[in-house]
Design a protein around this ligand. Sequence first.
Ligand code: GDP
Ligand code: GDP
Lengths: 272, 272
Amino acid sequence: FDFNIMVVGQSGLGKSTLVNTLFKSQVSRKASSWSREEKIPKTVEIKAIGHVIEEGGVKMKLTVIDTPGFGDQINNENCWEPIEKYINEQYEKFLKEEVNIARKKRIPDTRVHCCLYFISPTGHSLRPLDLEFMKHLSKVVNIIPVIAKADTMTLEEKSEFKQRVRKELEVNGIEFYPQKEFDEDLEDKTENDKIRQESMPFAVVGSDKEYQVNGKRVLGRKTPWGIIEVENLNHCEFALLRDFVIRTHLQDLKEVTHNIHYETYRAKRLND
Amino acid sequence: FDFNIMVVGQSGLGKSTLVNTLFKSQVSRKASSWSREEKIPKTVEIKAIGHVIEEGGVKMKLTVIDTPGFGDQINNENCWEPIEKYINEQYEKFLKEEVNIARKKRIPDTRVHCCLYFISPTGHSLRPLDLEFMKHLSKVVNIIPVIAKADTMTLEEKSEFKQRVRKELEVNGIEFYPQKEFDEDLEDKTENDKIRQESMPFAVVGSDKEYQVNGKRVLGRKTPWGIIEVENLNHCEFALLRDFVIRTHLQDLKEVTHNIHYETYRAKRLND
Ligand SMILES: Nc1nc2c(ncn2[C@@H]2O[C@H](COP(=O)(O)OP(=O)(O)O)[C@@H](O)[C@H]2O)c(=O)[nH]1
Ligand SMILES: Nc1nc2c(ncn2[C@@H]2O[C@H](COP(=O)(O)OP(=O)(O)O)[C@@H](O)[C@H]2O)c(=O)[nH]1
């Protein structure tokens, strides 16, 4: 049971914290010997770190693919290319294994099943880099856009920002997961329409610290004006993202990757 | 009584809100017919908007110089150049007027007295663009770095981030206002040392909305987990920045601009 999730976004958008929160375990660079004061790399690096985790009683090999350096330079032209290249290399690896006469019973799957794209909570709109990245990459991988550090915004700012982001994604023809064109039936479409038009992009807050609130221990961020509870739906949509990616849509994320994205790559390669 | 303040930083760091909060009056683009959904310009623009305001019983012509487009492109190479050019053009204007035999009794002063540089509250360190901008511009204008949207951080994160930013500024030889080399006497040095090593960069929050807290009307941001009070020193350092720029150091900002930055420009020009 392999699941490969990539995180993309400028440094400081809470990506490693969110990954830790999602998998309630030390699976991001904050947990390893990487210190938070690590220098921003001069070019985009791709770092895949595998972990064995247990989710709902099932053992899962989870690989988190980090992309430090993305969007952090003064000149970020084409900084998505190393990422697109990595994704295609995994399709190539799988293809080579698949066409092998003596292929393994179960091909190790390193393909990226899900790419979380972190949007900075500016309160205005998407940045040129956000649009460029998602335009290019939504064609080769499942992109799930999230609004990072959503506690930066009031409820009103969040709702306005979300609407504006959704509109911009649409105007720019960016199909994020779950893509409209892959809705299988009316029931699928109804459920996904609601997710696409109301919940997404999920406005998330992450934390690996626990506090006592109303007698319960909760994950949160403690500020002088109150405690932000990560799993409280009145505070942010972390719980919606977590259930979406790890529970309800995990299998579908893998299927769309295999049946659509990989298939597109394979068809193109076999035609060359 | 002219005071010219420039604001620089990526879109969405709360610059116009902060300017409004600083001058408790509608002096930024949010107040004019600029809508918040205005497109990010493709290059850096310089927009100077003058206002007459009253501060402490004194009428002041305040000009806010906005720099939309800075740091917002995919490629931000040399995006500080239009800003440096604008600053030098104001020195040039003043110089031309000064050397004029028939010069006015009071030369209109459009020189930038203070440049607020907004640092994104990433929690890690300064970005390459922050360092480049401040390295270049601290040589020609008074730079006051501020940590934007400081409510994004917990007290602990804020204190660590501040320390790291201060250290990076020092390591990179960036002299922000009040510059060590211009401390006039021991009393000056003692007061400014405290400001440089403990208070700055000021971690600020801005707001033009009012709420009732403990029977008092306060400027703040209302979130589901509490109200962030802009003028509460336990919440952020907005009040320190405001007093610093508008009350205690306003005159000195103008003097350093005239006696140091302008003088340096003038000497270079008259030597050519
Ligand atoms: N306000 C806020 N800060 C966060 C959140 N998640 C993480 N942070 C803080 O933001 C800083 C950077 O987080 P990190 O996970 O290292 O970001 P990354 O560079 O994108 O991996 C740290 O100080 C975190 O504690 C969040 O949801 N909201
Ligand atoms: N969290 C937080 N949000 C702020 C703050 N100041 C402004 N904002 C919000 O950030 C968004 C952008 O603010 P704006 O002043 O237009 O930023 P500018 O693009 O830098 O001029 C708006 O939704 C503001 O309400 C602040 O101090 N903290």
